[in-house]
Design a protein around this ligand. Structure first.
Ligand SMILES: Cc1ncc(C[n+]2csc(CCOP(=O)(O)OP(=O)(O)O)c2C)c(N)n1
Ligand SMILES: CC(=O)[C@@H](O)[C@H](O)COP(=O)(O)O
Ligand SMILES: [Mg+2]
Length: 628
């Protein structure tokens, strides 16, 4: 096995082309076997095997900088940079991260998780390099999906203007997670598929090489022809017009060709874009056949390609998707909007039933938000289905375009709270803090999937401005579903368990923890009142006042940052009411980034557990008696 001898990039530099091709095969086998046990982003990585080999073969990481967009396709890079023996721990607690991570290796020069940042980062590094008088290579690898993100366009605008030496490798597999969308995608398709363009380009270039550029009418005509042909025939013209030299498209699985093209690219002065065509899932038939399903693979059987089935009650995501269909059947104003996550957001069935009322805008969260504002301004009811973490991208659009104008945009915020194996780049632990501070915003989180359905109904019935419902990346609780759907009065909480020893104000899945703690405390003769704080904003002020009159110790419990989150809101309320003598403890996610692992491990790490709650309640009790 060649792979056994690859510990660092220099170990593959002396290999022959045939050996490199063999290495590609072994690399694929390794990935398919290892990921069958851990799960992970299989299909994207199978697609970049030759490309990553070529990069490490030609260039000198970490002096030369490889910047992987999103970073979910960096597994091969990890294998060749000393981390092959850690793949059994991939995406596990304290194991190998599923994205590029600076603390893991000096070869990981740029961290991501969110898409479309690579070109800006590369440009920053290029400017820094030139100011420092260095001459290393800077190479960004961006997928066709990530290229739909606004940041990538902003960066191209800058790069094409400054014309720094740098390379952008466009890894075009025609897929985002779902099939890619948009005009740029269509344009790339034209370049890819139009053999006429490619052939004509080759022929014209051949002819032009034959004519000496030494003045005279013929030469001048040919120069003109060269320019006009560039517009008419030469593919890649958009990138060239933006200031890049465009090379490609080149088959990203043909190593000799790939190496040759990259060597050509190296000679180019200024920014160069190499358009590489790859197949997502390459080399593993189940993943080739359905790269969408194999984008984020669960563990599977290698031989059959059968993925471990998700078990348990329906996910909140599915309940959301099904309920939205019910609501959309009744209300033609409802339009679902997704920034490139139709599957992950549970909208596939909706799209099949209402193809004209489901819009995938690509990885374009900012645009999606303002697009929703436009829809709402014309009386529609847009439902912006988005992961909490990706909504961070659209903050100004939420403030400036939606909340300021008080438009009826519904936010369906999935992956709220810890997300597990994707880790710190993907947790949905900031949205409470960043949304509750915006005027006009209503923010809810259900205690179970049944309440989620009512919250969606509440959202559609609400005509007073923006309204958001957040829900976790977990199965529902398997509770019975009420019919018919009904609106929940805005700003009302409910007491789920009475008690007069202390009160816990819990949000969403934290209610389960609170109820468990209440059971345990009961054995010690303590009665913990458990409140479903289902409206994070506005809060149930009447209930808060009542609690303060009882002078009970209060604990707030949320799977979100404690800085500016729900608990902060409770403190603000009491401070404004001059209720200063209360004992209040805020439990949530502390002020640091929690790494990958299971949600259970993440909760354990930060103390979002029944045991912690029990001990916090007990710690508050003597002080309560003292106060009394
Ligand atoms: C801002 C943001 N929105 C959404 C995502 C979710 N996401 C992760 S990978 C991906 C598709 C990327 O497609 P592409 O860049 O073509 O890479 P491929 O998986 O095809 O190799 C998406 C939508 C993300 N990571 N970041
Ligand atoms: C890389 C990326 O951002 C996505 O692929 C993400 O991992 C999807 O997460 P879910 O599995 O929660 O849909
Ligand atoms: Mg792609």
């Amino acid at each position: 096995m060649l792979l056994e001898h690859i510990n660092q990039p220099q170990d593959l530099k002396h290999l022959t082309i045939e050996q490199l091709e063999l290495l590609a095969e072994e690399t694929r086998q390794f990935l398919v076997e290892k990921l069958s046990l851990t799960g992970g982003h299989l299909s994207s990585n199978l697609g970049v095997v030759e490309l990553t080999i070529a990069l490490h073969y030609l260039y000198n990481s970490p002096v030369d900088k490889f910047i992987f967009d999103v970073g979910h396709q960096s597994y091969v890079h990890k294998m060749f940079t000393g981390r092959m023996n850690q793949f059994d721990t991939l995406r596990k607690y304290q194991g190998l991260c599923g994205f590029v991570k600076r603390s893991e290796s000096e070869h990981d020069v740029w961290e991501a998780g969110h898409s479309s940042t690579s070109l800006s980062a590369a440009m920053g590094m290029a400017v820094a390099r030139d100011l420092k008088g260095e001459d290393n290579k800077i190479i960004a690898v961006i997928g066709d999906g990530a290229l739909t993100g606004g940041m990538a366009f902003e960066a191209m605008n800058h790069i094409g203007h400054e014309k720094k030496n740098m390379m952008v490798i466009l890894n075009d597999n025609e897929m985002s997670i779902a099939p890619n969308v948009g005009a740029m995608h269509n344009y790339l398709g034209k370049i890819r598929s139009d053999k006429h363009y490619v052939k004509a380009k080759e022929e014209v270039e051949y002819l032009l090489k034959k004519i000496p550029a030494i003045g005279g009418t013929l030469a001048k005509t040919m120069e003109k022809l060269k320019d006009s042909l560039k517009y008419m025939l030469v593919s890649g013209v958009i990138f060239e017009e933006l200031g890049f030299t465009y090379l490609g498209p080149v088959d990203g699985h043909n190593l000799p060709l790939l190496l040759e093209t990259l060597k050509q690219a190296e000679k180019v002065e200024g920014p160069v874009m190499v358009h590489v065509l790859t197949l997502k899932g390459k080399g593993y038939l189940p993943a080739e056949a359905d790269s969408f399903a194999w984008h984020g693979a669960r563990p599977y059987k290698v031989e059959s390609g059968k993925m471990l089935k998700a078990v348990g009650h329906p996910m909140y995501t599915d309940v959301f998707g099904n309920t939205l269909i019910e609501l959309a059947e009744q209300d033609s104003r409802i339009i679902a909007v997704t920034p490139a996550m139709p599957g992950g957001s549970g909208l596939l069935k909706f799209a099949a039933q209402f193809p004209n009322r489901m819009v995938d805008v690509g990885i374009a969260e900012q645009h999606a938000a303002t697009f929703c504002a436009g829809l709402a301004s014309e009386g529609m009811k847009p439902v912006f289905a988005v992961y909490s973490t990706f909504l961070q991208r659209a903050y100004d659009q939420i403030v400036h375009d939606i909340c300021r104008a008080n438009l009826n945009v519904i936010f369906a915020i999935d992956r709220a709270g810890f997300v597990g194996e994707d880790g710190e780049t993907h947790h949905g632990v900031y949205d409470i803090a960043y949304l509750r501070s915006i005027p006009n915003m209503v923010l809810m989180m259900p205690k179970d999937e049944n309440e989620l359905r009512h919250m969606l109904k509440t959202s559609v019935d609400y005509d007073e401005g923006p309204i958001a419902v957040r829900y976790p990346r977990t199965n529902g609780l398997g509770v019975p579903m009420d019919e018919p759907l009904k609106s929940i009065p805005i700003g009302t909480w409910e007491v789920l368990r009475p008690g007069d020893s202390a009160v816990v104000l819990a949000v969403g899945p934290m209610i389960g923890i609170a109820l468990e703690a209440a059971e345990q405390l009961n054995k010690d003769g303590l009665q913990l009142r458990v409140v479903n704080a289902r409206f994070i904003k506005p809060m149930d002020e009447a209930m808060l006042l009542q609690i303060s009159k009882e002078n009970l110790p209060i604990i707030t419990l949320e799977e979100g940052t404690t800085l500016g989150g729900f608990g902060s809101g409770v403190l603000e309320f009491y401070a404004n009411q001059n209720r200063h003598g209360l004992q209040i403890k805020i439990l949530g996610v502390p002020d640091y980034f929690v790494e990958h692992g299971s949600v259970k491990e993440q909760r354990q790490e930060v103390g979002l557990t029944a045991e912690r709650l029990v001990s916090e309640v007990k710690a508050l009790m003597p002080r309560k008696r003292q106060h009394a």
